[in-house]
Structure formats: structure tokens, C-alpha cells
Design a binder for this molecule. Sequence first.
Ligand SMILES: [Zn+2]
Length: 382
Amino acid sequence: MTTIAPHGGTLVNRMIADEERPAALELAAALPSVALDARTLADLELIGTGGYSPLTGFMGLADYQRVIHEMRLAGGLPWSLPITLRVTQVKALRDTVALAAPGGAIAGLLEVREVYTHPKDAEAQLVYGTTDAKHPGVAQLYAQGDYLVGGDVRLLGRSAPAFAELALDPADTRRAFMERGWRTVVGFQTRNPVHRAHEYIQKTALETVDGLLLHPLLGPTKDDDVPAAARVASYRVLLERYYPRDRVLLAGFPAAMRYAGPREAVFHALVRKNYGCTHFIVGRDHAGVGDFYGSYDAQRIFERFAPGELGIQPLCFEHTFYCRRCDGMASGKTCPHDAEWHVTLSGTRVREMLRSGTLPPPEFSRPEVVQVLAAGLREVAA
Ligand SMILES: [Zn+2]
């Protein structure tokens, strides 16, 4: 039995073997080094572990240009987000340089192949659909350097994961799927707690495939998101009480959020293919922020690829809710009743309720989940 092939056919591995690490670290210490921000460090690690297969390094100009304009690598393979290393100065940038994590530790090596420039506002407009610095992904781009450095990388050291038991690389999840005999697996990306609406979508998808990879993003997100520890605790209690143990794998997704909406939805799907998923759930306003994107832009963008070209099947869902007339979970596709019968709450409203000690109704969120989240938010406030 085999799982789905990685994007481009081969799972990239750019990790330096344990026995070579001491010598490589010694070499790296003598090299000029480039400091990475948190987002670029996350990218380096995902290149190293094969999460970004077929990428073997930071993009050069040919890949970068075609990705931002056509959502394809130079060779034609679909890829929707530029994966770049931006630096402020290029003195001493030749041959091999060391890549340093924000804390200063050596994280990897880069073989410098090319250094180039490209206007940031053009990248912002093409990738994020806006040049507005209020967009968090655009703000982060503007904060980075003006020079782009392309070349292959090798991963020397890993940052300590926030939740070690959830730190599964693509090779690990692929092995887990094989061991469980899952031929088809649906991936679910989230940076939020799982409420009834998400549970409904996951289980609707799970009715047609063998397994579910619940793959919450545990890397850097916006400050107003629920703390990761409370979220992880809420996933655990939900899975324990309401999901069959042999149908779900919970793992952390170590990427940083870019909030690039539609393009990030395609990116999230391709990366999950590398983790071994055959299907990927795309919800309403996937990876969006504020009102920068239309509710269903992240679903429509998949139509720009020929069937089979991405290799992973997007499963698009509408906004779902509990309907008091239907007496169950539903969406605009399955419920004929007026909105007054629907139990819906915004994420902001839910956080307000949890902080003030008012619990959202059980039709919106499982009571066990609500209790864990409320406790987590009280801890932050205290
Ligand atoms: Zn209804």
C-alpha cells in the first residue's frame, strides 16, 4: 500500500544527519551569517523536512517571478506563495552562509546561488491582493529586507516545538497513515478552536475518506487568537469524547500564518499533500483576515488549476451552523430556514463571552471544549 506521492514526486529531505552535525556546526560558526525572522525560520524547517517539496531552498528569481504572476514554479508545477529569504544587506553573501534563528542559534546553511531585487508592492499586490500595510502578511513583507537570496539550504538544528508530542514531520504522518491503513486522508487546517461547525465539516468529509489529519497551526499567529496551549487542550478533549480514536491524527502544523487568503489556501493544500493527505478542507474565508478577501475566493481559486494538477482534492464547504428548526447541523445548502433559527457567533464574540464568563450555547460549541478554552483565557488574563 502507498500513500499519495509528494508534490513533484519525491519527499525532499534537507536535514543534516546527526553524525555530520558537529562538523557542520563548526564550519557554520566560521561563516558569515544571516539572521532569520520567525516566519523565515519556519520556512527553512519546512523546506528541510520536505513539507515544501519539491522546494530544496529559498526561491531564485525564475521561480519567484512565475510564482507571483502565475502560481507556478519555473518548471510549471503549481505553487502559490513565494518562499523567499529577504535580507537588508548583501555584503559577504556568496558561497555558503550560515542561517541563524532569532535567538542566534545556527539553524541551517545556505548555498548562495543568486541575489536579486523585486518591488515589494508588486509582490504584495499579486500575492495578498493589496498593498495596505494594515494587512498583517503585507506588514511582515514590508518589514523584511530589500534583497532576495536564492539557493539550496540544509537544516542543521530544529527549534524546540511548542508541543513536542505533536511535532510530526511529513515522513512521520505518512508513516502513521500507512500503519493505520488509511488510503485516503482529509487534512483540516485551523488556527482556531474546533466548534460544532468545524466538527460537522470534518465529520462530513470523514464519512467519505479513511482518516482525518487535524493539523492546527501552532506557529506565530495574530495576537488576538486563542492561546495555543488552550487550543491544544480543547482539541484533545474534543477528540477524546467525540471522535473515533482510530480515525483521527492530531499534529501541529509548524508554518507561520501569512493571511494570504486564496493563495494560502492552495499553499495549505499542497503542503498537506506532502504530509500525505489526499483531500483538503477549504472553508469560508480560508486563511483570510479582516475583509481583504471575498468569502468564497479561497474556494474559487482552485478552479484555476486543471483537475488532477494539484494532486490533492479540495473539499469546499459553506458556512455551517446549528439550526433549531432542522434540529441539527446544517448549511445554506441543506437548511431552508431563516437565519433567526441559526446559532452563529463570530470568533470575536466567542472570545468576549469566554473572557466574561458567559459560556456559548452547546449548539455552538461542546461544553467540554468551552470549559477548557475559558480556563485558558482566564489564565492569560490573570
Ligand atoms: Zn434549518
